[in-house]
Design a protein around this ligand. Structure first.
Ligand code: BTN
Length: 326
Protein backbone atom coordinates (compact mmCIF):
# COMPACT_ATOMS: atom_id res chain seq x y z
CA UNK A 1 0.00 0.00 0.00
CA UNK A 2 1.18 3.53 -0.72
CA UNK A 3 1.88 6.05 2.05
CA UNK A 4 -1.41 7.91 1.44
CA UNK A 5 -3.38 4.66 1.54
CA UNK A 6 -1.69 3.71 4.82
CA UNK A 7 -2.42 7.12 6.35
CA UNK A 8 -6.08 6.94 5.31
CA UNK A 9 -6.36 3.37 6.60
CA UNK A 10 -4.88 4.39 9.98
CA UNK A 11 -7.18 7.42 10.27
CA UNK A 12 -10.24 5.40 9.27
CA UNK A 13 -9.52 2.61 11.76
CA UNK A 14 -9.07 5.18 14.55
CA UNK A 15 -12.64 6.45 14.00
CA UNK A 16 -13.29 9.28 16.46
CA UNK A 17 -9.83 8.94 18.06
CA UNK A 18 -6.80 10.96 16.99
CA UNK A 19 -3.70 9.29 15.57
CA UNK A 20 -0.48 11.02 16.59
CA UNK A 21 2.10 12.12 14.06
CA UNK A 22 4.70 10.10 16.00
CA UNK A 23 2.57 6.96 15.77
CA UNK A 24 2.06 7.39 12.00
CA UNK A 25 5.75 8.13 11.55
CA UNK A 26 6.70 4.90 13.41
CA UNK A 27 4.17 2.77 11.55
CA UNK A 28 5.06 4.08 8.10
CA UNK A 29 8.81 4.51 8.66
CA UNK A 30 8.90 8.12 7.43
CA UNK A 31 9.51 11.42 9.26
CA UNK A 32 6.74 13.43 10.92
CA UNK A 33 7.47 16.22 8.44
CA UNK A 34 6.83 13.80 5.58
CA UNK A 35 3.55 12.70 7.21
CA UNK A 36 2.52 16.35 7.53
CA UNK A 37 3.30 16.95 3.84
CA UNK A 38 1.07 13.98 2.83
CA UNK A 39 -1.73 15.20 5.15
CA UNK A 40 -1.54 18.65 3.50
CA UNK A 41 -1.75 17.01 0.07
CA UNK A 42 -4.81 14.96 1.11
CA UNK A 43 -6.42 18.11 2.51
CA UNK A 44 -5.85 19.92 -0.78
CA UNK A 45 -7.86 17.13 -2.45
CA UNK A 46 -10.77 17.75 -0.09
CA UNK A 47 -10.11 15.27 2.75
CA UNK A 48 -11.17 17.01 5.95
CA UNK A 49 -8.35 16.07 8.34
CA UNK A 50 -8.26 17.82 11.69
CA UNK A 51 -4.79 18.38 13.18
CA UNK A 52 -4.46 19.09 16.92
CA UNK A 53 -0.99 20.02 18.14
CA UNK A 54 -0.82 17.52 21.05
CA UNK A 55 -3.19 14.82 19.91
CA UNK A 56 -2.58 14.26 16.24
CA UNK A 57 -4.84 13.75 13.23
CA UNK A 58 -8.50 12.86 12.86
CA UNK A 59 -10.42 12.15 9.62
CA UNK A 60 -13.60 14.24 9.78
CA UNK A 61 -14.85 13.91 6.24
CA UNK A 62 -14.01 12.63 2.78
CA UNK A 63 -14.86 14.22 -0.57
CA UNK A 64 -16.96 12.47 -3.22
CA UNK A 65 -14.06 11.84 -5.53
CA UNK A 66 -12.30 8.74 -6.67
CA UNK A 67 -8.73 8.61 -5.42
CA UNK A 68 -6.64 5.49 -6.02
CA UNK A 69 -5.08 5.47 -2.56
CA UNK A 70 -8.39 6.03 -0.82
CA UNK A 71 -9.96 3.19 -2.79
CA UNK A 72 -7.03 0.91 -1.90
CA UNK A 73 -7.50 1.83 1.74
CA UNK A 74 -11.24 1.05 1.58
CA UNK A 75 -10.92 -2.17 -0.42
CA UNK A 76 -7.96 -3.69 1.44
CA UNK A 77 -8.07 -7.39 2.20
CA UNK A 78 -9.37 -8.70 -1.11
CA UNK A 79 -7.70 -11.76 -2.62
CA UNK A 80 -7.39 -10.70 -6.26
CA UNK A 81 -9.61 -7.80 -7.31
CA UNK A 82 -8.49 -4.32 -6.33
CA UNK A 83 -4.91 -5.10 -5.35
CA UNK A 84 -3.94 -2.43 -7.85
CA UNK A 85 -6.25 0.54 -8.53
CA UNK A 86 -5.77 3.39 -11.01
CA UNK A 87 -8.00 6.44 -11.34
CA UNK A 88 -8.11 8.64 -14.44
CA UNK A 89 -9.85 12.00 -14.53
CA UNK A 90 -10.81 11.34 -18.15
CA UNK A 91 -10.25 8.52 -20.59
CA UNK A 92 -11.83 7.21 -23.78
CA UNK A 93 -13.06 3.99 -22.17
CA UNK A 94 -11.70 2.24 -19.08
CA UNK A 95 -11.98 -1.03 -21.04
CA UNK A 96 -9.38 0.38 -23.48
CA UNK A 97 -7.01 1.29 -20.65
CA UNK A 98 -7.33 -2.18 -19.13
CA UNK A 99 -6.76 -3.77 -22.50
CA UNK A 100 -3.42 -1.97 -22.73
CA UNK A 101 -2.53 -3.15 -19.20
CA UNK A 102 -3.49 -6.70 -20.16
CA UNK A 103 -1.28 -6.63 -23.26
CA UNK A 104 1.59 -5.29 -21.13
CA UNK A 105 1.29 -8.40 -18.95
CA UNK A 106 -0.18 -6.73 -15.84
CA UNK A 107 -1.44 -9.24 -13.26
CA UNK A 108 -5.15 -9.94 -12.88
CA UNK A 109 -7.09 -7.92 -10.33
CA UNK A 110 -6.02 -4.48 -11.60
CA UNK A 111 -8.92 -2.01 -11.66
CA UNK A 112 -9.17 1.23 -13.64
CA UNK A 113 -11.72 3.91 -12.79
CA UNK A 114 -12.40 7.12 -14.70
CA UNK A 115 -14.29 10.16 -13.47
CA UNK A 116 -15.55 10.51 -17.03
CA UNK A 117 -15.25 8.59 -20.31
CA UNK A 118 -15.33 10.33 -23.67
CA UNK A 119 -16.16 7.14 -25.60
CA UNK A 120 -17.77 4.90 -22.99
CA UNK A 121 -19.40 1.92 -24.69
CA UNK A 122 -22.16 -0.48 -23.81
CA UNK A 123 -23.09 -3.88 -25.17
CA UNK A 124 -24.06 -4.38 -28.79
CA UNK A 125 -22.13 -1.30 -29.95
CA UNK A 126 -24.19 1.12 -27.90
CA UNK A 127 -22.85 4.31 -26.38
CA UNK A 128 -22.55 4.51 -22.58
CA UNK A 129 -22.89 8.04 -21.26
CA UNK A 130 -20.44 8.63 -18.40
CA UNK A 131 -20.76 12.19 -17.02
CA UNK A 132 -17.99 13.36 -14.65
CA UNK A 133 -18.46 12.53 -10.99
CA UNK A 134 -21.95 11.04 -11.49
CA UNK A 135 -21.23 7.36 -11.54
CA UNK A 136 -18.78 4.53 -11.28
CA UNK A 137 -17.19 3.79 -14.63
CA UNK A 138 -14.55 1.13 -14.20
CA UNK A 139 -12.97 -1.99 -15.62
CA UNK A 140 -11.36 -5.02 -14.01
CA UNK A 141 -8.66 -7.20 -15.53
CA UNK A 142 -9.10 -10.94 -14.99
CA UNK A 143 -7.11 -13.93 -16.18
CA UNK A 144 -9.39 -16.85 -15.33
CA UNK A 145 -8.62 -20.44 -16.20
CA UNK A 146 -11.74 -20.83 -18.31
CA UNK A 147 -12.55 -21.74 -21.87
CA UNK A 148 -13.85 -18.91 -24.09
CA UNK A 149 -17.33 -20.44 -24.15
CA UNK A 150 -17.46 -20.11 -20.34
CA UNK A 151 -16.84 -16.34 -20.39
CA UNK A 152 -20.53 -15.66 -19.71
CA UNK A 153 -19.86 -16.98 -16.20
CA UNK A 154 -17.90 -13.80 -15.54
CA UNK A 155 -20.80 -11.60 -16.63
CA UNK A 156 -23.04 -13.63 -14.34
CA UNK A 157 -20.71 -13.20 -11.34
CA UNK A 158 -20.43 -9.47 -12.04
CA UNK A 159 -24.21 -9.05 -12.11
CA UNK A 160 -24.61 -11.12 -8.93
CA UNK A 161 -21.92 -9.16 -7.06
CA UNK A 162 -23.38 -5.84 -8.22
CA UNK A 163 -26.87 -6.82 -7.08
CA UNK A 164 -25.53 -7.86 -3.67
CA UNK A 165 -23.62 -4.59 -3.28
CA UNK A 166 -26.74 -2.59 -4.17
CA UNK A 167 -28.83 -4.43 -1.60
CA UNK A 168 -26.65 -2.84 1.11
CA UNK A 169 -28.34 0.44 0.05
CA UNK A 170 -31.76 -1.04 0.82
CA UNK A 171 -32.59 -1.44 -2.84
CA UNK A 172 -34.22 -4.47 -4.41
CA UNK A 173 -32.37 -4.87 -7.72
CA UNK A 174 -33.33 -7.40 -10.32
CA UNK A 175 -31.19 -8.82 -13.12
CA UNK A 176 -32.19 -8.90 -16.75
CA UNK A 177 -30.19 -11.54 -18.58
CA UNK A 178 -27.31 -11.42 -18.95
CA UNK A 179 -26.10 -8.34 -17.16
CA UNK A 180 -28.53 -5.47 -16.77
CA UNK A 181 -29.20 -4.39 -13.21
CA UNK A 182 -32.66 -2.93 -12.93
CA UNK A 183 -34.66 -1.20 -10.25
CA UNK A 184 -38.27 -1.68 -11.25
CA UNK A 185 -38.07 -1.43 -15.03
CA UNK A 186 -35.24 1.08 -15.14
CA UNK A 187 -31.60 0.30 -15.73
CA UNK A 188 -29.18 1.26 -12.97
CA UNK A 189 -26.03 -0.57 -14.05
CA UNK A 190 -24.59 -2.71 -16.83
CA UNK A 191 -21.60 -4.91 -17.55
CA UNK A 192 -19.60 -5.09 -20.76
CA UNK A 193 -17.44 -8.21 -20.89
CA UNK A 194 -14.66 -8.22 -23.47
CA UNK A 195 -12.07 -10.95 -23.88
CA UNK A 196 -8.98 -12.10 -25.69
CA UNK A 197 -8.79 -15.83 -26.17
CA UNK A 198 -7.23 -18.71 -28.01
CA UNK A 199 -9.44 -21.50 -29.25
CA UNK A 200 -9.52 -23.34 -25.92
CA UNK A 201 -8.24 -20.86 -23.39
CA UNK A 202 -9.06 -17.32 -22.27
CA UNK A 203 -6.01 -15.05 -22.21
CA UNK A 204 -7.70 -12.23 -20.36
CA UNK A 205 -11.13 -10.81 -19.68
CA UNK A 206 -12.05 -7.18 -19.17
CA UNK A 207 -15.13 -6.67 -17.03
CA UNK A 208 -16.36 -3.14 -17.72
CA UNK A 209 -18.92 -1.97 -15.19
CA UNK A 210 -21.03 1.17 -15.31
CA UNK A 211 -23.21 2.22 -12.36
CA UNK A 212 -25.35 5.35 -12.43
CA UNK A 213 -24.79 6.67 -8.91
CA UNK A 214 -25.59 10.37 -8.49
CA UNK A 215 -27.06 11.08 -11.93
CA UNK A 216 -30.21 13.16 -12.10
CA UNK A 217 -32.77 12.89 -14.94
CA UNK A 218 -31.04 15.64 -16.92
CA UNK A 219 -27.74 13.71 -16.86
CA UNK A 220 -29.28 11.01 -19.06
CA UNK A 221 -29.62 11.61 -22.80
CA UNK A 222 -33.29 11.97 -23.88
CA UNK A 223 -33.40 8.53 -25.54
CA UNK A 224 -32.63 6.68 -22.28
CA UNK A 225 -34.20 9.11 -19.77
CA UNK A 226 -37.37 7.04 -19.54
CA UNK A 227 -35.56 3.73 -19.00
CA UNK A 228 -32.56 4.65 -16.83
CA UNK A 229 -32.21 5.40 -13.15
CA UNK A 230 -29.53 6.09 -10.55
CA UNK A 231 -28.92 5.29 -6.89
CA UNK A 232 -29.58 8.91 -6.04
CA UNK A 233 -32.91 8.90 -7.85
CA UNK A 234 -33.90 5.64 -6.16
CA UNK A 235 -32.76 6.39 -2.60
CA UNK A 236 -33.51 10.12 -2.63
CA UNK A 237 -30.05 11.13 -1.45
CA UNK A 238 -26.51 11.38 -2.85
CA UNK A 239 -24.31 8.33 -2.42
CA UNK A 240 -20.56 8.34 -1.69
CA UNK A 241 -19.08 6.68 -4.74
CA UNK A 242 -15.83 5.50 -3.14
CA UNK A 243 -17.67 3.44 -0.53
CA UNK A 244 -19.97 1.92 -3.13
CA UNK A 245 -16.95 1.15 -5.34
CA UNK A 246 -15.21 -0.62 -2.46
CA UNK A 247 -18.33 -2.65 -1.67
CA UNK A 248 -18.69 -3.73 -5.30
CA UNK A 249 -15.01 -4.70 -5.58
CA UNK A 250 -15.18 -6.74 -2.39
CA UNK A 251 -18.33 -8.56 -3.55
CA UNK A 252 -16.79 -9.17 -6.95
CA UNK A 253 -13.62 -10.53 -5.36
CA UNK A 254 -15.73 -12.86 -3.20
CA UNK A 255 -17.60 -14.23 -6.23
CA UNK A 256 -14.49 -14.48 -8.40
CA UNK A 257 -12.87 -16.55 -5.68
CA UNK A 258 -15.99 -18.75 -5.50
CA UNK A 259 -15.88 -19.17 -9.29
CA UNK A 260 -12.17 -20.05 -9.33
CA UNK A 261 -12.84 -22.73 -6.70
CA UNK A 262 -15.46 -24.34 -8.92
CA UNK A 263 -18.45 -22.70 -7.24
CA UNK A 264 -20.22 -21.34 -10.31
CA UNK A 265 -23.36 -23.41 -9.63
CA UNK A 266 -24.04 -21.67 -6.32
CA UNK A 267 -23.46 -18.23 -7.88
CA UNK A 268 -25.81 -19.14 -10.73
CA UNK A 269 -28.48 -20.11 -8.16
CA UNK A 270 -28.14 -16.74 -6.47
CA UNK A 271 -28.25 -15.02 -9.88
CA UNK A 272 -31.37 -16.98 -10.90
CA UNK A 273 -33.25 -15.90 -7.77
CA UNK A 274 -32.95 -12.27 -8.86
CA UNK A 275 -33.32 -12.75 -12.57
CA UNK A 276 -36.56 -11.46 -14.08
CA UNK A 277 -35.83 -13.12 -17.44
CA UNK A 278 -36.08 -16.75 -16.31
CA UNK A 279 -39.54 -18.27 -16.44
CA UNK A 280 -40.73 -15.69 -19.00
CA UNK A 281 -41.58 -15.74 -22.69
CA UNK A 282 -38.94 -13.60 -24.34
CA UNK A 283 -37.61 -12.54 -27.70
CA UNK A 284 -33.85 -12.21 -28.00
CA UNK A 285 -32.08 -10.35 -30.77
CA UNK A 286 -28.88 -12.15 -31.58
CA UNK A 287 -27.16 -10.18 -34.34
CA UNK A 288 -29.56 -10.08 -37.29
CA UNK A 289 -31.72 -12.92 -35.94
CA UNK A 290 -34.53 -12.76 -33.36
CA UNK A 291 -35.35 -15.92 -31.42
CA UNK A 292 -38.54 -16.38 -29.43
CA UNK A 293 -39.13 -18.78 -26.61
CA UNK A 294 -39.41 -19.55 -22.94
CA UNK A 295 -36.33 -18.64 -20.86
CA UNK A 296 -35.88 -21.90 -19.01
CA UNK A 297 -32.52 -21.84 -17.17
CA UNK A 298 -28.83 -21.10 -17.27
CA UNK A 299 -26.51 -23.88 -18.32
CA UNK A 300 -23.19 -24.71 -16.62
CA UNK A 301 -21.30 -22.20 -18.74
CA UNK A 302 -23.66 -19.32 -17.96
CA UNK A 303 -25.55 -19.39 -21.29
CA UNK A 304 -29.33 -18.96 -21.36
CA UNK A 305 -31.38 -22.01 -22.34
CA UNK A 306 -34.36 -20.96 -24.42
CA UNK A 307 -37.20 -23.41 -25.18
CA UNK A 308 -38.48 -22.50 -28.65
CA UNK A 309 -42.00 -23.03 -30.00
CA UNK A 310 -40.79 -26.28 -31.63
CA UNK A 311 -39.67 -27.58 -28.26
CA UNK A 312 -35.96 -27.27 -29.04
CA UNK A 313 -33.60 -25.96 -26.38
CA UNK A 314 -31.44 -23.17 -27.82
CA UNK A 315 -28.29 -22.11 -26.02
CA UNK A 316 -27.91 -18.30 -26.18
CA UNK A 317 -24.65 -16.67 -25.12
CA UNK A 318 -25.48 -13.03 -25.80
CA UNK A 319 -28.17 -10.76 -27.16
CA UNK A 320 -30.81 -8.23 -26.36
CA UNK A 321 -33.78 -9.55 -24.40
CA UNK A 322 -37.35 -8.24 -24.52
CA UNK A 323 -40.10 -9.75 -22.42
CA UNK A 324 -43.02 -10.80 -24.61
CA UNK A 325 -46.52 -9.71 -23.71
CA UNK A 326 -48.71 -12.61 -22.66
C1 BTN B 1 -24.23 -2.25 -21.01
O1 BTN B 1 -25.14 -2.41 -20.20
O2 BTN B 1 -24.47 -2.09 -22.21
C2 BTN B 1 -22.82 -2.28 -20.52
C3 BTN B 1 -22.36 -0.93 -20.04
C4 BTN B 1 -20.92 -0.95 -19.55
C5 BTN B 1 -20.39 0.43 -19.28
C6 BTN B 1 -19.03 0.38 -18.63
S1 BTN B 1 -18.52 1.93 -17.98
C7 BTN B 1 -16.92 1.31 -17.71
C8 BTN B 1 -16.57 0.44 -18.89
N1 BTN B 1 -16.02 1.23 -19.97
C9 BTN B 1 -16.80 1.26 -21.03
O3 BTN B 1 -16.55 1.88 -22.09
N2 BTN B 1 -17.90 0.52 -20.81
C10 BTN B 1 -17.88 -0.09 -19.52
Amino acid sequence: MTVDAQILTALRSAGEECVSGADLSDRLGITRAAIWARIEELRSLGYDIEASPHQGYKLRGVPDLLHGDDLLSLVRGTRVIGRDIHVFQETSSTNDVVERLARDGVAQGAVVFAETQTRGRGRLGRKWVSPPGKGLWFSVLLRPELRPQEATQLTIIAATALARALRTYDLAPSIKWPNDILIGNRKLAGVLTELAAEIDRIRYVILGIGVNVNSTHSDFPPDVRGIATSLRLETGSPVRRAELAATILRELDFDYDRLCRGGFASIADEWAQQCTTLGQRVSIRVGERTVHGYAEALDDSGALLLRTAHGHLERIVGGDVTLEKR
